[in-house]
Design a protein around this ligand. Structure first.
Ligand SMILES: *Cc1c(COP(=O)(O)O)cnc(C)c1O
Length: 408
């Protein structure tokens, strides 16, 4: 069964061929210099931030989580529009600093941070989301060494979870953050002469398309933030409530409507207790901001039949786009939306298996996809590919060329 992905209805086209940033794909491949390549639409990226600003409460700050797409030119572009950047490694920290983002608006989360990473973050003056008590000890050591008070927020592993998430990152035992139950003791023992307390980070999950679950989670997040705020002898400058907004990847999935989420957040902000009255609330988003603005393009190199199935062989595959192959956290593989660049629609269609050049049956670009009849040389485009693409794929596996990236 091939249900039409609703993202296909929103594509720009001219005479039945796909346009990205107003140009046909073949032209973009010429600019990128090669296929396979990722193309990121600059205007679509800014439009997404504008949508957030328009729909979400005006006092809610927006951070971009670089992990979703760390291409420096793209991060640089995003940095002009968002209020801050969230990094998860030293390398990402350098990219954020390279954008000229004010260090007060860069935060660093991640389990098992290295000592050199902590030292660098303290020296730079960015906020560290502390994820264990030993990490806190190491930050005091950084103060003793550098004479700079670390800016510290605590990443808290709540005692609730974000339901219906593609990826749960909180609730129950987790490697992320410090359990909420352990926080009172840690907050009571804080040495505020040796660190600058910033606030809390409560990130519950990723890729959520269920507004009701997000609304419930936000209520619990605000309640936990208030409880924690009462336990600390310093003002709470900010609370990062995480993100988790998803985008539709698979047939039948719908775009997440923000109305209820925004309305609930506005209520929570309006009704927050006195202890949080001057606190800035931040949402951090990766995928939702950049996912739909990215396209993965590869070229058909061969076409063959095997026992009744038609195979389109391409030069692109899981080494560039692991998530699309179904091997980046999915339980059951489903197809991302895929189109034939020069022919979006046709009466002449066929069911194809689209595969890449890797010697593994996992190297699938699309399975049992109904597409207009394709030929060698045609460009295949995977939509919804702006997040967790090039940097989240094993590019060295089997030694094929690295993927080109173009922001336009
Ligand atoms: C991965 C991650 C994000 C981004 O998640 P998306 O689903 O891409 O929005 C944000 N914050 C933290 C702490 C993360 O680990």
């Amino acid at each position: 069964m091939s249900k039409r992905h609703h993202r296909l209805a929103t594509l720009a086209s001219d005479k039945n061929q796909l346009l990205v940033a107003g140009r046909p794909v073949a032209q973009l491949v010429s600019i990128a210099g090669a296929s396979p390549c990722y193309i990121y639409d600059r205007q679509a990226l800014s439009a997404r931030v504008a949508q957030f600003r328009q729909q979400m409460p005006s006092s809610l700050r927006l951070h971009y989580a670089i992990k979703a797409n760390p291409m420096p030119a793209l991060v640089n572009h995003m940095a002009q529009y968002v209020d801050g950047l969230d990094v998860a490694s030293h390398q990402e920290m350098l990219i954020a600093l390279g954008c000229g983002m004010s260090t007060a608006h860069i935060s660093f989360a991640g389990p098992a941070k290295g000592l050199h990473e902590l030292r660098a973050a303290v020296a730079a003056g960015i906020t560290i989301n502390v994820e264990s008590s030993l990490e806190l000890e190491r930050l005091y050591q950084c103060y003793d060494e550098l004479g700079i008070r670390p800016r510290v927020a605590f990443r808290v592993n709540p005692d609730f979870e974000l339901k219906s998430s593609g990826m749960k990152m909180a609730g129950g035992p987790k490697q992320f953050g410090i359990d909420a139950e352990q926080m009172p003791a840690i907050l009571a023992g804080l040495d505020l002469n040796r660190l600058s307390f910033q606030g809390f980070h409560i990130f519950s999950g990723s890729q959520n398309l269920n507004a009701e679950s997000l609304v419930a989670c936000h209520g619990q997040t605000f309640a936990l933030a208030a409880q924690l705020a009462n336990q600390v002898a310093a003002p709470v400058q900010h609370v990062n409530i995480g993100g988790g907004l998803g985008i539709p990847y698979f047939p039948g999935e719908q775009t997440l409507a923000l109305d209820d989420i925004a309305q609930n957040l506005q209520c929570l902000l309006d009704q927050r207790p006195e202890v949080l009255a001057h606190t800035e609330f931040v949402m951090e988003l990766g995928r939702w901001l950049v996912g739909e603005a990215g396209y993965y393009v590869c070229q058909v190199t061969d076409k063959k039949q095997s026992r009744g199935q038609t195979y389109l062989m391409t030069n692109g595959g899981l080494h560039h786009h692991l998530a699309n192959s179904g091997n980046f956290g999915q339980v059951l593989r489903k197809n991302y939306p895929v189109v034939l660049a020069h022919c979006l629609d046709s009466d002449e269609q066929e069911v194809v298996e689209i595969v890449g050049p890797l010697c593994t049956p996992l190297d699938i670009i699309g399975a049992k996809l109904t597409l207009p009849t394709a030929a060698v040389g045609d460009y295949i485009v995977v939509l919804q590919s702006g997040a967790y693409g090039a940097s989240a794929s094993p590019q060295k596996f089997l030694g094929h060329p690295e993927v080109a990236e173009l922001l336009i």
